[in-house]
Design a protein around this ligand. Sequence first.
Ligand code: SF4
Ligand code: SF4
Length: 204
Amino acid sequence: MLGSGILKGLAVTAKNFVGSYHNPARMVTQEYPDVQPQLPANYRNFPFLVTENATDPMGTMRCVACQICEKECPPQCIYIEKSKDKKPDANGKLQLYPAVFDIDTAVCMSCQLCVEVCPFDAIKMDHVFAIAATNRFSGLLLNREELAKPNTYFHEIRPDEAAEVDGRLAAERAAAEEKAKAAAAAKATAATATKPATGGAAAP
Ligand code: SF4
Ligand code: SF4
């Protein structure tokens, strides 16, 4: 019959229109910005820098300024300057740190390559997306203070990945401690073996 397709289409539309008033699962429209969206864990936009401690973010950044991410970033939107001095990282080991770490989010294409290449789990993809600004430079060029976010935040937005990273880092720390203990014990044994004996009988 001529027009039956149109009638079927209108029936589907009417069914969904009426159903959306009765079935919450059909109410897909979110009242943003009054209601903030619940983003899926794998959602990503721009990177952030992980710090171990929220109360001392600059003192506990995982980043050691190795600059691998800066070299690998396809649009070259990361800029890093290494520190002149070293300070203890989260494990107490002396490390360089980024004196400057900028990301130009106006250029970043959210490819996540910086995250993939970082050997220290120091940079991760964030969930923040509402970053509209009126100034292209001061608004979108993020510095290390703006990029630094604590590990607890990483757990909030990507709990599975954060737990996996924590477990792996804890295992690495435990292995490093065991190795250091074994090295100290071997050194102590060697020192005892080479120590000259005292109080022995005089030679005839
Ligand atoms: S997500 Fe991609 S484009 Fe953005 S800073 Fe990382 S490597 Fe560069
Ligand atoms: S974020 Fe990772 S790859 Fe980039 S400089 Fe820091 S430690 Fe190196």
